[in-house]
Design a binder for this molecule. Structure first.
Ligand SMILES: Cc1cc2nc3c(=O)[nH]c(=O)nc-3n(C[C@H](O)[C@H](O)[C@H](O)COP(=O)(O)OP(=O)(O)OC[C@H]3O[C@@H](n4cnc5c(N)ncnc54)[C@H](O)[C@@H]3O)c2cc1C
Length: 443
């Protein structure tokens, strides 16, 4: 593993998501040749464009097209596909997970922390065994296959109880991850029902649990109510002020007293800062996010910067003490300021503060349905759906991905939905290992 033997300073970017990848892109464009070496470390070789995961899960998009491979986007940047497990900033050293055993050291001069967040899982009995999150492309692919496989299970179920369980889908958390995933998957499952003669769309039970009194806070209260009404009209059981208390063996128990069996439980009830942050020694706030100044430099830690979901970035457009919510909208804009400030610090010039007034949010709720609040403009239905698609097309990195997504959307409009469940992908080696075991028995 390379250390800081470089003649030029090394800027190490930890995490190449919405924040980290855009920092690296900007540094690459703005640094003079030979001014610094840029190194990006991420366990994945691609950025996941999370706002389009729900469309990938619904089959409107090829999952490969909602991820952006890092190496073509970052020519000349050192890309290391590993996880950082700890950082000793006093020694300017990051430690990277290694198959060989002990973590390997990687020296740096300047570090930019952007490992994002992880799903916030609560100690609900049965949740770890039965639940699945909705943050990664793997989870989106799995959910699509799983929902379609549940229809297959229901179609050939031996009892009413088995059938009802297979046709019950529970989502916990009414933010945009949960609402978009539920709305898109329900839309897909309803369309798929016409290929299952024994299953009527109305026989499926889709439930959204939200612990507070509203859903989709990202689009404002009024549009949140509109979304709840729209989803209820689509037959979705939305339960506000309701918590999941247990899901042992798929038996759902709620704090409103109701109980039922469910074959699917998707957990999108918030995010927590990445656990790596506790292994870095940098100052954290009471919620575990990195404490940064308005310049995105880490408080009392020269040569260290943080941004995106992992950081408590002061929101200068709101009351003192307010911090930016975790969103791609902020992460991408913070990335520009962070990269410019890293360069300014290297050159000894003035830093600029991060300030961005939220432009609002857009959300897709299935084919031709959406909701949006863009500044003071409120949109619903088809116009909101078009705004959702246009916005994400413009913010999706690279023309390559944008064109592929347009092609996918066009094909999806021209042809009926693809409803095959490729759950065999998740057990790709089973057939071969069974054959090998059989051969070993015969020997
Ligand atoms: C389903 C869904 C829909 C969303 N929709 C919207 C939307 O419509 N609009 C919006 O503004 N926001 C949306 N968001 C939120 C948005 O995606 C995040 O706020 C944004 O991605 C945060 O950027 P980030 O770079 O901080 O984290 P991420 O984009 O999550 O990137 C973190 C990176 O760090 C890497 N990493 C993790 N661990 C390590 C490690 N140990 N070492 C090195 N690297 C590591 C990860 O692999 C990842 O590449 C959505 C989120 C989800 C889950």
């Amino acid at each position: 593993m390379a250390t800081t033997s470089h003649d030029t300073p090394r800027v190490l970017v930890v995490g190449a998501g919405q924040a980290g990848m855009h920092v690296a892109v900007r540094l690459r464009h703005r640094l003079r040749p030979g001014e610094a070496t840029i190194t990006v470390v991420d366990p994945h070789s691609y950025l996941t464009y999370q706002p389009l995961l729900a469309e990938a899960a619904a089959g409107n998009l090829e999952p490969r097209h909602v991820v952006v491979p890092l190496r073509p986007v970052l020519p000349g940047v050192e890309v290391i596909t590993r996880a950082v497990v700890s950082i000793d900033h006093s020694r300017r050293t990051a430690y990277l997970a290694s198959d060989a055993g002990a973590p390997e050291p990687l020296g740096y001069d300047v570090v930019v922390l952007a490992p994002g967040s992880v799903t916030r899982v609560l100690p609900v009995p049965g949740l770890a065994e039965r639940g699945i999150g909705f943050k990664t492309v793997g989870e989106a692919i799995h959910l699509r296959n799983h929902v379609l496989a549940q229809l297959d299970t229901a179609a050939s179920a031996g009892s009413d109880a088995e059938r009802e369980r297979a046709l019950t889908f529970v989502f916990v958390g009414g933010g945009y991850a949960g609402v978009e995933a539920l709305a898109e998957l329900q839309d897909m499952a309803r369309a798929a029902c016409r290929h299952y003669p024994g299953i009527e769309p109305g026989q499926m039970r889709w439930v959204l649990l939200e612990a507070t009194g509203r859903i989709l806070p990202e689009v404002g209260e009024r549009m949140g109510h509109y979304t709840a009404d729209l989803l209820r009209r689509r037959g979705i059981d939305i339960r506000l002020d309701t918590r999941l208390t247990s899901v042992v063996d798929g038996h759902v128990v709620l704090d409103d007293g109701s109980e039922f069996d469910a074959g699917t439980l998707v957990w999108t009830a918030g995010v927590a800062p990445h656990p790596l942050l506790k292994q870095t020694g940098v100052p954290l706030d009471e919620r575990g996010r990195v404490l940064v100044t308005e310049y995105l430099s880490i408080v009392d830690t020269p040569g260290a910067w943080a941004l995106g979901d992992c950081a408590a970035v002061p929101d200068l457009t709101r009351d003192p003490g307010a911090v930016c919510p975790p969103s791609a909208q902020h992460a991408v804009r913070q990335a520009r300021v962070a990269a410019d400030n890293v360069i300014a610090a290297l050159r000894g010039s003035a830093l600029k503060p991060y300030r961005h007034t939220s432009a609002g949010s857009v959300a897709g709720l299935g084919l031709y349905q959406g909701v949006a609040q863009i500044y003071r403009l409120r949109l619903r239905g088809m116009p909101a759906w078009l705004a959702h698609r246009t916005y994400h097309l413009l913010t999706l990195p690279t023309w390559n991905r944008r064109l592929r997504v347009v092609a996918d959307w066009t094909l999806a409009l021209l042809f009926p939905r693809e409803i095959v469940s490729l759950d065999a992908l998740e057990h790709a080696r089973d057939e071969f290992t069974n054959a090998a075991a059989e051969a070993a028995r015969r020997r």
